[in-house]
Design a protein around this ligand. Structure first.
Ligand SMILES: [Zn+2]
Length: 316
């Protein structure tokens, strides 16, 4: 499926769900109108609405009718409540109130549709996007017991608040295994996704797999496959250094990716268990100096004070 087809597919989904909701709403209205008292009030209010539609917007009669209409609406709700009718069923609950589930606003694709398309693209690219943790899951006890993690937590919070206008566009989480890097990455990804940013969260292994997939796919499909990596609002690469380096091309592709994102001012966050020296020997100086470019990247060290706390618990 190319991007055009994905857009069409997501648009159809949105519009079908709108049609379903409209049908459900119609049947709820019919059910409510079976209550005689409601039917009477509803007929009155329909008549007034019709009159209003024929009138000048600012006439006195119009104002009077609006007041009457409001009164009728209140009475209708009272009748429904008395009859234990589910009032919510009489409201249209759009998935997206901005475009009323049409997918477009003033001929431009609405953010909701964009988001759906992006998610479909991520799925197609095979990138793992299952995230568990949010900032709310951060244990205060854990943060207070680990000053480095606490500092990182604060940086991550500020990064999300200012996104995408951070002084340092990119973050680099480095330090040993099990020090909270992935946890915090997931918090950031969840937070920014909730704010309608197109965040792609993947492992370094996913990146090289996606790249290899793209370069073996037909040329016409390449952009769609690579788009999540190159065009997302934020790219998060977890666990750099654990992916197999099958081929020299993996390194070239990775360099191109980081370079392009820096050039286009598109933020990324990388986490790694490797030390700067290990990154140098594994990826070469060219990639290392790109990753550690402190003009655009803020490196954050993670260390294992957490283990101490866990041991203490065990002793208890
Ligand atoms: Zn929308």
């Amino acid at each position: 499926m190319n991007k055009q087809q994905i857009v069409q597919q997501e648009l159809n989904k949105l519009q079908n769900s709108r049609i379903e909701k409209e049908l459900a709403l119609k049947s709820a209205i019919m059910k409510a109108r079976q209550i005689p008292q409601y039917l009477e009030l509803d007929n009155k209010s329909r008549k007034i609405q019709l009159e209003i539609s024929k009138l000048d917007e600012i006439s006195d009669t119009n104002k009077k009718l609006h007041t009457e209409l409001e009164e009728l609406e209140k009475q209708k709700i009272e009748v429904l409540q008395k009859n234990k009718f589910n009032i919510e069923a009489l409201k249209m609950h759009y998935f997206c109130p901005i475009c009323s589930d049409t997918g477009y606003v003033e001929n431009k694709m609405c953010e909701c549709l964009k988001h759906q398309v992006q998610e479909a693209l991520i799925k197609q690219s095979g990138i793992n996007n299952k995230l568990n943790f949010t900032f709310d899951d951060c244990s205060e006890e854990l943060l207070l017991n680990n000053s480095l993690l606490y500092k990182a937590y604060k940086v991550a919070h500020i990064y999300c608040d200012n996104f995408p206008n951070n002084k340092h566009n990119n973050l680099l989480f480095f330090g040993a295994v099990g020090t909270g890097k992935t946890f915090l990455l997931e918090c950031i990804a969840n937070e920014l996704t909730q704010k309608m940013n197109y965040v792609v969260f993947c492992t370094a292994y996913d990146v090289s797999k996606t790249m290899m997939h793209a370069y073996s796919a037909p040329y016409s499909e390449r952009n769609a496959i690579l788009s999540p990596l190159f065009d997302s609002d934020l790219l998060i690469i977890d666990d750099l250094g654990t992916e197999p380096l099958f081929h020299e091309s993996v390194l070239t592709n990775f360099f191109t990716l980081i370079n392009e994102r820096q050039r286009n001012n598109l933020p990324y966050i990388i986490s790694t268990n490797l030390t700067p020296d290990e990154i140098d020997s594994r990826y070469g100086n060219r990639i290392k100096s790109r990753i550690f470019n402190t003009r655009v990247t803020l490196p954050i060290l993670f260390q294992s004070e957490k283990d101490l706390r866990l041991y203490k618990k065990k002793d208890d």
